[in-house]
Design a protein around this ligand. Sequence first.
Ligand code: HXC
Length: 258
Amino acid sequence: YEFLKLSTPKEGVALVTLHRPKALNALCTPLFKELHTALASLDADRSIGAIVITGSERAFAAGADIKEMKDLTFSAAYSGDFIELWSAAVAQVKKPIITAVNGYALGGGCELAMMGDILYCSAGATFGQPEIKLGTIPGAGGSQRLTRAIGKSRAMEVILTGENFSGKQAGEWGLAAKVFETPEECVEGALGTAEKIARLSRVAVKAAKEVVNKSQDLGLREGVEFERRVFHGLFGSRDQKIGMGAFAKKEKPEWSHE
Ligand code: HXC
C-alpha cells in the first residue's frame, strides 16, 4: 500500500494507519481505493476479529482531497458516483471498526471517523465539518451521522458555521465513546477494546453490530422485531450453546466463532 500501513499489533486485531503525511492524510481517491481493498480483505480474514483505523498524531484526516475536487464537474461527480466508494469501503464492513482519532478530523475525515462503530479520540483532537467554508456541504454522511450522534441543534451549529470542536467536546456530546489524554493512549485504548471484542464469539459480535446498526435505519417497533429475529437465530449457533453451557458449568467458554 502507498497510503496505508497495516499491522496486527494484538491477536485478532488489525491496525490500519492512514499514511499520507504530506497532505495531512487528505482522503484522495487512490487512498480510499486502498482502504476499500484493505478493509475487504480484513473482513474476509478469519484470523481478524476487530479493526482499528487511525491516522497520525497531527491528523486523522484533514478531509477529502480539495485539490482533487476543486475542478470536478457535476457530470463527472454524478456519472462517476464520486464518494460512493467511501460507504462501500467502510460502512459495509461486518467486523467491528474502532476509529482512533488524533489531530485533525475535518470534513471527510470527520465523516470517516463516524463511519466506524466506536469512536475514540484524544482530548486535543480537532473535529469539524468545514465544507460550508469551501462553498459546499458534507458529502460522505456527515449531515446524517453527526446529527444522529450529537443532536440536530449542535450538528446544525457545526455544519452551518464550519467551526471546529475539540475531542473533549466530542466526548461530552456523545460523539466519542472515550476521550484520552494523549494520542498514544487513544490508539492503545482502541487496540485494547478491539482485542477484547476479538476474543468474543465472532458470530455473536457480527450479529450485535448488525442489530445496533439497524437502530439507525428502522423505527423502534421494527428495530425491536428485527433484533428478536436475529436473537432467535442465534439459538442456531454453536457459540450460544458453548457460551450458555460454559456459564452453567462455571467454565470459561472456548468459542468456535460459529
Ligand atoms: C488537500 C490538504 C487538505 C485537504 C491539508 N492539505 N488538508 N490537501 N485536501 N483537505 C495539505 C495542504 O494543502 C498542505 O499541502 C499540507 O496538507 C499541510 O497543510 P497546511 O494547511 O500547510 O497545514 P496547517 O497550516 O497546519 O493547517 C492544517 C489544516 C488545513 C487546518 C487542517 O490544512 C486545512 O484547513 N485543511 C483543509 C481542511 C478542510 O477544509 N477539510 C474539508 C475538505 S472538504 P502543501 O502542498 O501546501 O504543503 C471535504 C468534503 C467531504 O472533506 C465531502 C465528501 C467526502
